[in-house]
Design a protein around this ligand. Structure first.
Ligand code: KG4
Ligand code: ZN
Length: 364
């Protein structure tokens, strides 16, 4: 039995979790900064870094407490080392190094995107224990009786991952554990970034994804049509054109794209049409890539994969099975980092205390 304490601070969530055998989430604590960034309409890096410093110690303590474990029960400590905001990543990496040094634990550096992938190896029916009893390690876990294999364990390779978040829009072909090929990516805005920017244009608040999704439910997705961008690689994305088209429509009604909306702006129709345009592009290219690479299944990860319309479109149109995650595992969390770290641990990959942050770390 391998128990890993995982830490994630790459963006605007301070998160810690304890994961057993890469699959069972013994604890999962996320302190979101979203309300504090909302006043700036997006993530303010210096503020993010300061908030991580304030939250990191209590978040880790809570994760250990929720798991009912002491330091001696852990086998390793894992941390996101990139990609992400340098000033945010460094808070998690330094905390992990301190714990590794103080308690003589191996240290594992994890790629944030690998975390989003391995979220699909977490057992979905397992929730952190709510009893106060400290496990001895010998008794079966409370959830053992109704344990179901995680989605990842039920699937054969190759698999295709669409990772769509505030910072990423990537198509990753996974041929085996730890073997990745980046086959498509956004050439401009990330999907979540486009949702956040358009929500701002439409004065819907931050984060934009859930706000657009709510507004879109009352709008007509066919009210506006956005032309498809031309890209050289058929699996690449380009989302800034749709965002600019929405800005032009707001301006055509006399708006500026900041602050109050022009009178009579069809906000719901714009939100619905924008969302439909983004989803059409994501679905088209993902399905084309799934066909071209003959994958066994398509797996959705990242904050934007919380979008119900994206899930519905993908499962309706894709010939291969499509899988998604509970919402708390779509957005950033540390359980997914613990899942990815387990496979690195099994492969004997440990970092030393010189581990550094890599804000532009790539996967493939
Ligand atoms: O994965 P995540 O928590 O953080 C990053 O790694 O970026 O993703 C956050 C992004 C934000 O841009 C947010 O607007 C978007 O995910 N998002 C959504 C939805 N929920 C969150 N986008 C579309 N529809 C949603 N329901
Ligand atoms: Zn993320």
């Amino acid at each position: 039995m391998i128990r890993i304490l995982a830490i994630e601070t790459s963006c605007d969530e301070t998160a810690a979790a304890v994961v057993q055998d890469g699959r069972i989430v013994l604890s999962n604590i996320v302190a979101s900064q979203v309300d504090l960034h909302a006043q700036y309409g997006g993530i303010f890096p210096e503020l993010a870094s300061r908030l991580h410093i304030e939250a990191i110690v209590p978040v880790i303590a809570q994760a250990m407490e929720q798991a009912h474990l002491g330091w001696g029960d852990l086998d390793a400590v894992a941390v996101t080392r990139g990609p992400g905001l340098a000033g945010s990543l460094v808070v998690g990496v330094n905390a992990a190094k301190g714990i590794a040094l103080a308690h003589g634990l191996p240290l594992i550096g994890v790629n944030h995107l690998e975390g989003h992938i391995y979220a699909h190896w977490l057992e979905q029916n397992h929730r952190p224990p709510i009893t106060d009893r400290r496990p001895t390690g010998n008794e079966p876990l409370a959830a053992t009786s109704n344990r179901q294999p995680a989605t990842g364990d039920k699937l054969a390779f190759p698999l295709l991952f669409l990772i769509v978040s505030g910072g990423h829009t990537e198509l990753i072909l996974m041929r085996d554990h730890g073997q990745y090929e980046l086959i498509g990516q956004t050439l401009d805005d990330a999907a979540g970034e486009a949702f956040d920017k358009v929500a701002r244009l439409l004065n819907l608040g931050y984060p934009g994804g859930p706000a657009i999704e709510r507004a879109a439910r009352q709008g007509n997705p066919a009210a506006y049509h956005f032309s498809k961008p031309k890209v050289d690689n058929p699996f690449d994305f380009s989302l800034s054109g749709i965002k600019t088209a929405v800005l032009r429509l707001v301006q055509s009604k006399g708006g500026t794209g900041e602050g109050p909306l022009p009178y009579g702006l069809p906000v719901h129709d714009l939100a619905a049409s924008f969302q439909a345009g983004v989803i059409e592009q994501l679905a088209d290219r993902t399905i084309a890539a799934a066909q071209a690479h003959n994958v066994q299944a398509v797996l959705l990860s990242g904050g934007v994969s919380a979008n119900q319309a994206l899930r519905t479109a993908m499962s309706a149109q894709c010939p291969q099975p499509v899988h998604w995650l509970p919402v708390e595992w779509c957005t950033d969390n540390a359980a997914m980092i613990g899942a990815a770290a387990y496979w690195r641990y099994q492969a004997g990959e440990h970092a030393d205390l010189n581990l550094d942050v890599e804000p532009n770390l790539r996967l493939a």
